[in-house]
Design a protein around this ligand. Sequence first.
Ligand code: ADP
Ligand code: MG
Length: 352
Amino acid sequence: MTPKFFKRLTGTALALTLLLTGCAPAPEPVSRDLFAMGTFLSLSAYGGQAQPAVDRAADLVTQLDNQLSVTREGSEIWAVNEAQGAWTQVSQRTFDLIRDALELCRVTDGALDITTYPAVRAWGFTTDEHRVPSPEELAGLAARIDYTAVELDPATHSVRLPEGMMLDLGAVAKGWAGDQLSALMEEDGISSAMLYLGGNIQTVGAKPDGSNWKVGIQDPSGPEGASLAAVEVSDQAVVTSGGYQRFFEQDGQVYWHIMDPDTAAPARSGVLSATIVGGRGLTCDALSTALFVMGADRAARLWRDHPELEFEYVLVLEDGSLQISQGLEQGFKLLSPYQDRKVTVISHDERG
Ligand code: ADP
Ligand code: MG
C-alpha cells in the first residue's frame, strides 16, 4: 500500500500557527519569515525587545547557512568537500558542530551518517533531476559512506575526509541552528519565542501567558498542514523527519530523501515519520533522521539505552499506528479526526 504523499512548504507552519493561536487572546508576536538552509523559516518572539532579537536571529541563521551549506561554493563544508583529502581549517563553531554530529553518528550506530551526501546526490535530490541508481552503483556509493573516516584536529579546528567522500550536515544543521538562535534570543532578553525552521520547531520559554506551546505533528499520509497529533512543550525542540517531505515517484514506487547509509538507498524501516522532542535541537534533528532509518525496534532500544540523550519520540508507522515514548504520555494528544489511531506507549521496561 502506497500512502498518499503531499509536498509541504509553508502549510505545516500555518497549521502550527493555528494550533498556537487557537486558544487564548495573546499579545501579538514580532515575526519574520525568510528562506534559508534550503527551506522556509518563520521566527516569532514576544516582548519589548522582540524586533531587534528577531532581526539578529535572521542575520545569524543566514550566516550559519553560508557557512554550512553543502551546495554553496565557498561555504566551509564546501571547502572540506573540495579539499581532495587535505586538511581544511574551519571555524571553531563549525568544528564543534561536526564533532558533536559525529558523536551522534556513533551513538546511532551509523543510522545517522554525515557522509551520506554522494548517495543523496546520486538519487538527484540536490538537483531535482531524480533517478534510481543501479544496484552496482548503490553498492559503490554505500562503500563510500563512512563517518568513522572523518578526521578531526581540535588543535587547529581542521577536518579531513578521504578523497571521494563528502560531508553534509543537512540532517542536523536546522536543529543546531535552532539551538544557536534560541541562545541568541535568551541573550537578547527574550523569554518567549517560537522558531519554525522548515519542519523543525524550537521554542524559547513558554507562551507569553505561561502555558505550554502546542506543536502539531503532520499526518505523513494526509494533506499538507493536517496535524495528526499535538505535543505540549516549553523550552524544547520538536523535530520531524518524514518521507513525505521530499520525494519522487517512479514506476509506482516512492523514493524519499532520507537514506539508509548501509544501502545508499531511501530508508524503508516501516516508519513514515519520526518526531523527536528534547531540550537540544541538534540532538532532536540528528535523532529524527536516525529513528526514521532505524525503525521502531531499534528506536525503542536507543531510547532505553541512552537516557543521557534526553529525548522523547513519536513514530507514525506504515499501518497508521503510532508509538510514543513514555515521557511524552502527559503532553501528547491525538487530534480530530485521528482519535481512533492506535497509540503504543514505549516504556523503560522492555517487558512493560
Ligand atoms: P529535513 O532536512 O528534510 O527536515 P532530515 O533532518 O531528516 O530532514 O535530513 C535529511 C537530509 O539529510 C537529506 O536531505 C540529506 O541531505 C541528509 N541525509 C539523508 N539521509 C541521511 C542519513 N542517514 N544520515 C545523515 N544525513 C542524511
Ligand atoms: Mg534530522
